[in-house]
Design a protein around this ligand. Sequence first.
Ligand code: CO
Length: 134
Amino acid sequence: MIGRLNHVAIVVPDIAAASALYRTALGADVSDAVDMPDHGVTTVFITLPNTKIELLQPLGATSPVQGFLDRNPSGGMHHVCYEVEDILAARDHLKAEGARVLGDGEPKIGAHGKPVLFLHPKDFCGTLVEIEQA
Ligand code: CO
């Protein structure tokens, strides 16, 4: 069912420093930082030949990644995002398999303007999984 790895997301305490690290030390193609107040994050996308890395820094008092940063002050891997062809069919299949879909179970428009859902990390080997309709 799942297709390409769309991105790996890493929460960072200082997105400017993290961007510089990826640009300079790793020689990667790094975007400008974009504030996404609706999502409570500032994002940077790093384009690799086969996937993307998404750097996330908390934005605002109710950021959904602030708790993660509090537990991991130097940052860390936050989630992986797999592409699916049909997000509603994928959701229904996952629920039938016993996986917990976070939130109200309805897809939200994610950082790339496409519908996404998140799956409970305890159901997927301790890793938060995002699915995105490709
Ligand atoms: Co993501």
